[in-house]
Design a protein around this ligand. Structure first.
Ligand code: SF4
Length: 234
């Protein structure tokens, strides 16, 4: 069992409820979405270098575990991409990683592995993962790919560590996000609202969040970019 991996590195989590937490990132190669590509806008994906399914190192489960544990045996583990759940081999390896850390860390911190996923791939069948699940809004050009079952699943399992993330390009995106929250009744999940870097003013987004008055909403800035700039491996 092997999958292509773009990079494995140790940093702090830059977003969401685990912001600032020391984290080992496993970035799998390959994603079939192209966020930000609409009629007159360019790709905004932060990890364009990880979108190809053919680039990166082909690593076994054991090799990935060894590299993670060489960085840290106590930190949060984040499986990301590209898209970690796209393709059978990646799904099997992600499942094996979540099972491994669940058994090894039972009743300790970070026994759940976090999976950051794009909303298109089915997230069911990973009982020992917690999710940062994107809902792609109209500004991304990828909304048609969203798998509705994912959002019902996350709503119904009511895990306190799950979060739904909305990347906001415009006010229209924010309004659509609020519609989605109401449509899927996402009132018991943490909701992250994150501005498109360099496009959406974060202060303006903060004002919209205040007006919406959703107690589970959070403004999510990418603090790794504030700390180290918009570069790879941080
Ligand atoms: S889903 Fe994620 S990795 Fe894929 S293009 Fe969009 S932002 Fe990039």
């Amino acid at each position: 069992m092997k999958a292509r991996v773009s990079e494995i590195f140790y940093s702090i989590s830059g977003e969401g409820m685990s912001v600032g937490v020391p984290t080992v990132f496993v970035r799998f190669s390959g994603c079939s979405l192209r966020c930000g590509v609409t009629t007159n806008s360019k790709l905004w994906c932060d990890t364009g270098y990880a979108l190809s399914f053919h680039k990166g190192e082909l690593l076994s489960f054991e090799e990935i575990i060894s590299r993670i544990e060489n960085f840290s045996t106590v930190s949060q583990i984040l499986l990301t991409g590209g898209e970690p759940l796209e393709g059978e081999e990646k799904r099997k390896i992600c499942l094996a990683i979540t099972e491994y850390f669940w058994k090894k860390r039972h009743n300790q911190d970070y026994s759940y592995t976090r999976i950051e996923t794009n909303g298109k791939e089915n997230i069911q069948g990973f009982p020992h993962a917690v999710f940062t699940l994107d809902y792609k809004l109209p500004g991304s050009g990828m909304e048609d790919f969203m798998l509705k079952e994912n959002f019902y699943f996350l709503r119904d399992r009511k895990h306190p560590l799950d979060e739904v993330k909305f990347v906001i390009r415009t006010k229209t995106d924010f309004q659509r996000a609020i519609e989605i929250v109401n449509e899927f009744q996402l009132f018991s999940n943490i909701l992250l609202f994150s501005p498109v870097y360099g496009e959406q003013n974060p202060t303006e987004l903060a004002e919209w969040i205040k007006e919406a008055k959703l107690s589970n909403s959070r403004l999510s800035l990418q603090i790794h970019k504030i700390l180290w700039g918009n570069k790879r491996g941080v």
